[in-house]
Design a protein. Structure first.
Length: 239
């Protein structure tokens, strides 16, 4: 049912219905962790999500650009999403301008201070040698093991994902401040945190100037997204 609800969001965005009734999307960005685990073998991909994959392909086939920002749960993609679905895959945050609003968009894992254990693990997971070796593990064993580890990771860190204490305790908020020292950004869009947030980010060298950091939340509990319209960004909770 969650998958069907997400597909409805995609289709409404493309068609200009529901939350997009004031105008259909000109681009769609999916900011990662769409799948709890994803790994592309040479001739196989993980079972499940076929309705979602079909919906993405169908919308992309209409010419509407869809950008897929890989997350820490679905980073092992090697061309299948681009070739079969027609999406553009990003592994690092990108900068775009929409209606005069300069935006940085990405998943957000490993950015900002702290989280050093994950940063070390990510270096290991992104090494070509490990990725090559994992391909030789039979999918029934490899996917089962990886999914088990992924779910344990979320369970152990669950409270951190759903708790907001202050902007000062948000690593991505600090990352946004660092970016503003060198680059003019009006709004940052990230995922990874799995908690909907809309925080002001003071410009480090311009008094009174505020950027925004919007975390898009998740589709497990919050059912949130963001849209840019008329040069303004808005975080939406869908009912």
């Amino acid at each position: 049912m969650r998958e069907l609800r997400f597909i409805q969001w995609l289709e409404d965005s493309a068609a200009g219905h529901g939350h997009a009734s004031s105008g259909s999307a000109t681009e769609i960005h999916l900011v990662g962790d769409i799948f709890d685990f994803w790994h592309e073998y040479r001739h196989a991909v993980p079972k499940g999500g076929v309705r979602l994959l079909g919906a993405i392909a169908r919308i992309a086939d209409t010419g509407l650009p869809i950008h897929y920002h890989v997350g820490n749960h679905d980073l092992w993609t090697y061309g299948y999403l681009e070739d079969e679905l027609g999406v553009t895959v990003h592994r690092q945050p990108i900068t775009r301008e929409y209606d005069g609003l300069r935006c940085m968009i990405g998943h957000g894992d490993g950015l900002g201070p702290g989280d050093y254990s994950y940063k070390r693990i990510k270096k290991v997971f992104t090494t070509p040698l490990l990725q090559w070796a994992f391909r030789w593990v039979h999918p029934d064993l490899g996917i089962t093991l990886a999914t088990h580890l992924s779910r344990n990771s979320r369970a152990n860190g669950g409270k951190e994902d759903i708790t907001f204490e202050s902007a000062e305790n948000e690593w991505l908020w600090h990352h946004c401040r660092e970016i503003l020292k060198d680059e003019a950004i009006d709004c940052f869009f990230f995922g990874h945190r799995h908690l909907p947030l809309d925080l002001e980010v003071p410009h480090p060298s311009q008094n009174g100037v505020q950027a925004r950091y919007i975390n898009l939340g998740d589709w497990l509990h919050h059912f949130t997204c963001a849209k840019i319209e008329g040069g303004k960004a808005e975080l939406l909770k869908l009912t």
